[in-house]
Write a new protein. Structure first.
Length: 463
RNA sequence: UCCCCUGUAGCUCAGUCGGUAGAGCAGCGGACUGUUAAUCCGCGUGUCGUUGGUUCAAGUCCAACCGGGGGAGCCA
């Protein structure tokens, strides 16, 4: 008697097989005809398998008639064509073993829709719902697709450090990593003496693997990282997490246009894989979460992204006739409302904005010949906003040092970074992609806290 | 961090002018020839977020705090 998944048992090819299924009851319906319908799910697919449990089973009255949502069971029986509508197959049980009960009066999840806010309070139970099962499967699919894409393109997967001693990566506030006893820290002239800390200096959780990835790109060509990233910003929005997963490719001998080409090809591949490999889950999102997700992804896969320079974007916004809360002016960063107008209303598709003013972008972005702009690029998508941020990196040592001076950074802190430009420097580029924002875009989920298993946000780390 | 909204039964919510809290769903019991969010009948449920204040009387008014949501900033 083969142990198979619910997903396999739902296929018509399984008809006639004697099988063992293991999973959790979603619901039970009794028939006065003397048997019960059990809906069984094991996480392998969105749909359940319908199990027919006849009253002739030894434990029918004592156990089966008391099964409720979340009870765990082993079912043995034969896969048969379903006698009812709605499914191809069902399992006629010859044995039902109950492993764990779930008191229906106290079990929080009910056979109805719960709000996502309430489910966040039950993060230990929410993977048992249709929506969070689907999100977990799509997230897995996207992760696999990301690795497949880069591996097939000849990229090396590099593991960059989680702990960094550089407090000046410039991407935002950082979490301190320390073994100092906060109750009695070692002091030196009234200040905490970090030379006595674990690393002999202040250390933090990484906000980006980029600078480390550049080291490997400048030796091995094309590399990527895929790992957790930490930002200690007090951000309270539907698009920000204190701990999130980021993918950062970094490529030697790539100019900005190569970078854009890669980003576009990459996103399309991930979107296509989600549609091809998670059909049932994507249909669920389309039916229950956002009825535009499938058509939107389909349209993106078959069309090209709009590429607009920052300067042209300012022009479009200025001539739009639209009243914005924040004024549009060359030299200031675009506001969320500006980005939304461009991607959701003006172009109605993903937009790659590039060549931003040098004054609003980090020191490592390559300065253009006009001396006023740098080769930065942001990929914006409707509803989610910025999904990718990247640039061509400044490979000229003298310009890099000028830029660090401009932004009041100490060259000594970046000695190893600048040495990459001193010895065999190359033009190179890369970008950062927020995994959760991609999942949000694909699934239509509105809050980023619902597309990561255990969200970390200010004041929230319960699970 | 700022602006706005919000907190009442396990869940979703109603609660009028300040007068001592009630619907649906879930659950339980029963009915029902194979059901699909089954349907029908019956039954229960409360630290009204917390603390303080006003008042004869506070779910209701006021203040502070805590939690949740939306928007903004920071970004991915």
């Amino acid at each position: 008697m083969d142990k198979i998944s619910v997903a396999a048992a739902r296929q018509a090819e399984a008809i006639g097989r004697q099988v063992t299924l293991q999973g959790w009851i979603r619901t039970r319906r009794d028939s006065k005809g003397g048997f019960s319908f059990l809906e069984l799910n094991d996480g392998s697919s969105q749909g359940n398998i319908q199990v027919i449990a006849d009253a002739s089973l030894a434990n029918y009255e004592s156990e089966i008639k008391h099964l409720s949502a979340a009870c765990s069971v082993t079912v043995r029986g034969e896969v048969k064509p379903s006698g009812g509508k709605g499914q191809a197959t069902e399992v006629l049980a010859s044995e039902v073993i109950v492993h764990g009960w779930a008191d229906a009066e106290n079990y929080p999840l009910q056979k109805k829709q719960h709000s996502f806010e309430k489910l966040r309070e039950w993060a230990h139970l929410r993977p048992r719902t249709n929506t969070f099962g689907a999100i977990a499967r799509v997230r897995n699919c996207v992760s696999r697709s990301i690795h497949n894409f880069f591996q097939e393109e000849g990229f090396l997967y590099i593991h960059t450090p989680i702990i960094t001693a550089s407090d000046c990566e410039g991407a935002g506030a950082m979490f301190r990593v320390s073994t100092i006893d906060p109750a009695k820290p070692p002091l030196k002239e009234g200040q905490i003496d970090y030379t006595q800390d674990f690393f002999g200096r202040p250390a933090y959780l990484t906000v980006s693997g980029q600078l480390n990835a550049e080291i490997f790109a400048c030796a091995l060509g094309k590399v990527y990282t895929f790992g957790p990233t930490f930002r200690a910003e007090n951000s309270n929005t539907s698009r920000h997490l204190a701990e999130f997963w980021m993918i950062e490719p970094e490529m030697a001998f790539y100019e900005l246009t190569d970078n854009m080409d890669l980003a576009e090809r990459f996103l399309k591949r991930v979107f296509r894989d989600a549609l091809d490999q998670c059909g049932e889950d994507m249909q669920f999102f389309n039916d229950r979460i956002d009825d535009t997700v499938i058509s939107t992804l389909d349209a993106i896969i078959t069309s090209s992204f709009e590429r607009v320079s920052y300067t042209d974007a300012i022009d479009i916004l200025a001539k739009s006739g639209r009243k914005f809360e924040f004024p549009v002016a060359w030299g200031t960063d675009l506001q969320a409302e500006h980005e939304r107008f461009l991607t959701e209303e003006h172009f109605k598709r993903p937009v790659v904005l590039y060549n931003y003013p040098r004054s609003i972008k980090p020191f490592y972005m390559r300065v253009n010949d006009d001396e006023k702009t740098v080769r930065a690029m942001d990929v914006l998508v409707p509803k989610v906003g910025e999904i990718i941020g990247g640039s061509q990196r400044e490979e000229r040592l003298d310009v890099l040092q000028t830029r660090m001076d401009e932004q009041h950074l100490k060259a000594a802190d970046y000695w190893w970074y600048t040495e990459l430009r001193r010895y065999g420097t190359v033009p190179h580029s890369g970008f950062g992609l927020g995994l959760e924002r991609v999942i949000q875009f694909i699934t239509g989920m509105q809050n980023i806290r619902d597309v990561i298993p255990f969200p970390r946000t200010p004041g929230n780390a319960e699970f």
